[in-house]
Design a protein around this ligand. Structure first.
Ligand SMILES: Cc1ncc(COP(=O)(O)O)c(C=O)c1O
Length: 400
């Protein structure tokens, strides 16, 4: 019998080598108790959370929690059905209404995850003979959406406006085409030049989808994302987002002003052939989305945190993913996986959780310690975090 797992042998060996060196498995950490959006107990120790995507700290918001409890009481624990059968409850409509209001758009469609939103929308609107032009550093869910629809994938160099234009001009006349971009790229925390890119797309008669997973709630005057901040939201055809980051729960969505958008509810397989979100989840999401509309103070504090952490890490001597803070993600570039894992573990011993990110998730084979800030991190916590980076950096030899 051929061993279908043989292809994983190099990864199994690499992982074993790391564990044999005495390193805690960075991909198997258990949060034993979660006290707040910024603090949990891990390995019995109070740990500051700096790798959760909980940008706006909504997971413990009292109104959000109350809405979830009420929905559990009123509607039960799950829908046990697809949105197109028995799985559309009042709460699913309510969260779609909240999203329409949040983005000031005509249509909103909620999926069970952000992954499924990309999978569903991309694969349904761009099929076998269509072309999808996308940034090479796009999220896995975008690539998987392209693969599911069997579209022709045309990648271009990360954030390169000229490369995007060249690829678009090479697409055969009359072919269907879609450009897929992200507002914030989650590995390095850098933003896309959407103003220029969306202009290029419009000049070439191309529809544009922007995944604003890491910017919703935080970036832009109303928290609508990078497209809003750069003044091009009205020229974007589809915005995809998630409830698993700033919204603080789970789920995904697409909003659009396209007049035929609603037909997707009948033809989009990752929407039709799966159970809808539980009532408690859509109730928490709707409450959170509405509260995010009115969160300018939190957005301002999160920018302060991002600037403070970026400047502090730089001053300590770490190499960062961006020259300036561009989002709530600050990536610390490690020289290799072994050093990255050692530093990750040293930080955990100090009482700090960050994400260890490695290829293939990262661009250019990089190992990263990815920090994602929360609007509820206090100034003192950011100071503590910098102290922990200094201590772990010295303990591992990353800093002299
Ligand atoms: C850019 C981007 N899009 C989509 C997703 C998927 O979101 P979800 O966690 O809701 O599946 C993620 C999650 O990490 C993401 O980073």
């Amino acid at each position: 019998m051929t061993d279908l797992f043989a292809k994983f042998d190099p990864l199994i060996q690499q992982r074993q080598q790391l564990l044999d060196g005495g390193v805690t498995d960075p991909f198997n950490l258990v949060m034993e108790r979660v006290e707040s959006p910024t603090v949990a107990i891990c390995n019995g120790k109070r740990t500051i959370l700096l790798g959760t995507y909980n940008y706006m700290g909504m997971t413990f918001d009292p109104d959000v929690i109350a809405a979830g409890k009420q929905a559990l009481d009123d509607f039960g624990s799950g829908t046990t059905g697809s949105r197109v059968l028995n799985g559309t409850y009042a709460g699913h409509r309510a969260v779609e209404d909240a999203l329409k209001d949040f983005y000031a758009m005509d249509h909103a469609m909620v999926f069970s995850t952000g992954y499924q939103a990309n999978l569903g929308v991309i694969s349904t609107i761009a099929g076998k003979d269509d072309y999808i032009v996308l940034d090479i550093d796009s999220h896995a869910s975008i690539y998987d959406g392209c693969a599911l629809g069997n579209a022709q994938i045309v990648p271009f160099r990360h954030n390169d406006i000229d490369a995007l234009e060249k690829r678009l001009k090479r697409i055969p006349e009359g072919a269907g085409k879609l450009v897929v971009l992200e507002g914030v790229y989650s590995m390095l925390g850098d933003i896309a030049p959407l103003k220029e890119m969306v202009a290029v797309c419009k000049a070439n008669g191309t529809m544009v989808l922007v995944d604003e997973a890491h910017s919703m709630g935080f970036i832009g005057e109303h928290g609508r994302g990078v497209a809003e901040a750069q003044g091009v939201i009205d020229d974007v055809d589809f915005i995809v987002g998630t409830f698993s980051k700033s919204v603080g729960t789970v789920g995904g969505f697409c909003v659009s002003n396209h007049p035929k958008f609603e037909i997707l509810r009948l033809v989009c397989r990752p929407y039709v052939f799966t159970a809808s979100l539980p009532p408690s989840v859509v109730a928490t999401a709707a409450t959170s989305v509405r509260k995010l509309m009115d969160s300018a103070d939190k957005r301002a504090h999160l920018w302060e945190n991002s600037k403070r952490l970026h400047a502090g890490l730089r001053q300590l001597g770490f190499t960062l993913g961006t020259d300036e803070p561009q989002s709530a993600i600050i990536a610390v570039i490690m020289p290799d996986l072994e050093t990255g894992a050692a530093m990750w573990e040293a930080l955990l011993h100090e009482g700090l959780y960050v994400n260890l990110a490695r290829p293939p998730a990262t661009p250019a084979g990089m190992t990263l310690l990815r920090c994602s800030l929360c609007a509820l991190h206090s100034e003192e916590q950011v100071g503590e975090i910098l102290g922990m980076f200094a201590a772990a950096g010295r303990a591992t030899g990353c800093l002299s």
